[in-house]
Design a protein around this ligand. Sequence first.
Ligand code: AMP
Length: 218
Amino acid sequence: MKLILLGPPGAGKGTQSSVLSRQYKIPHISTGDILRSAVKSGSELGTRAKSYMDKGELVPDDVVIGIVVEALKEDDTKNGYILDGFPRTVKQALSLDEALMKASSGIDLVIYFETSDEVAIERLSGRRVCKKCGFNYHLKNIPPKRPGVCDKCGGELYQRPDDKEETVRNRLKVYKEQTAPLIDYYEKKGALRKVSGNLDVEELFKVLSKMFSAEHLA
Ligand code: AMP
C-alpha cells in the first residue's frame, strides 16, 4: 500500500501515519521528522533546514526531494509506505512522479485530510513532544500524567518552536499558497480521496480501514 497523506499542519497526518504504519507494517516516511532529526544532530542539512523550519517556511525543494528519493530506495519500502508531509509543492509532486516512473512504481492513494483552521490551530498550539522518545501529547486532549514529563520514558516535554501561535499561522498560510494546489493536481489524476481531519484518531482510523478494504488495498 503506497500512500500520500495530504493536509494542513495539525490535520493529524503524523498521528494517523504512526497507527497505519503499525497496522499495515509499512514505513512512515515523514520529511518533517527526518529534518528535525537532522537539526538535532547538527548536520549540515540540519543547519540549512533549521532557519526555514523555525519560521514555518518550506525547506527548499531540492533538499527534501533528495531526502525522499533516497528513502524510497530503501528495502523496507518494497511492500509500501506512507509519505507524510511530502510532497508539499507542485515541483515536489512532479519530481516524485518522475522518480516513481523510473522505478516503474506509483502511488495507490492520496488521502486528503480536510481540516478547519480552528481545529489545526487548537491541536498545534496544545501539542507537546517528548525530547527523548518523540511521543506526542496534547495539553487538553492527551495530557501526560505528570505535567511536562513523558509517561513512556520520563523525558522532558517541550513545545516545537514552530508550534508557537504566530508560526502556526504562517505554516497555514504557506500550506494554502504552496501545498493546497496539490489537491487539484491529484484529483485530476483520480488518486485523491477526501476524509475529515477533524475526526479523532480512532474514528478516522476506522474510516481509512474501510476505504482500504473498498479499494482492495488491504
Ligand atoms: P511537519 O513536521 O511535516 O509539519 O514539517 C515541519 C517543517 O519541516 C515544515 O514546516 C517545513 O519547514 C519542513 N518540511 C517538512 N516537509 C517538507 C517538505 N516536503 N517540503 C519543504 N519543507 C518541509
